[in-house]
Design a protein around this ligand. Structure first.
Ligand SMILES: [Zn+2]
Length: 131
């Protein structure tokens, strides 16, 4: 199993753990840091909808809490066809921790799509834009 296949497998596993009683739209994410560690996340909804947290941001938070700051790749698993990419908020969050992030989007039917963070969020706002 390649490293990408492993991330996909872990994203699909995480997706099954999503807490999405309101939308029914389960999302899982698995990211790999440049030093080889893997962190996962799943979307966690709330009755106060605005408090819901996406799978990708959950995985980023787990990585940061472990001291990881450099993300090399992420796989995102949904039921969408074609496979859905991260939402705008998550694209911005991911851009904070990688300039060349490889994003793999998959669904539970085995469809796979690839993109980079620059393709999904061109000219991202980053800390170096701050005075
Ligand atoms: Zn999101």
């Amino acid at each position: 199993m390649t490293r990408d296949e492993e991330l996909i497998r872990l994203a699909l596993v995480a997706r099954a753990l999503a807490y999405a009683p309101y939308s029914g739209y389960q999302v899982g994410a698995a990211l790999r840091t440049r030093d080889g560690r893997v962190f996962t996340g799943a979307n966690v909804e709330n009755a106060s909808y605005g408090l819901s947290v996406c799978a990708e941001r959950g995985a980023v938070i787990a990585a940061v809490l472990a001291g990881a700051r450099d993300i090399a790749a992420i796989a995102v698993a949904t039921a969408s066809s074609p496979p859905a990419g991260p939402c705008g908020m998550c694209r911005q969050t991911l851009a904070e921790f990688s300039r060349d992030l490889a994003i793999t989007m998959v669904n539970d039917r085995g469809e796979v799509a690839h993109a980079t963070i620059d393709e999904l969020l061109p000219r991202a706002f980053r800390g170096d834009a701050l005075p």
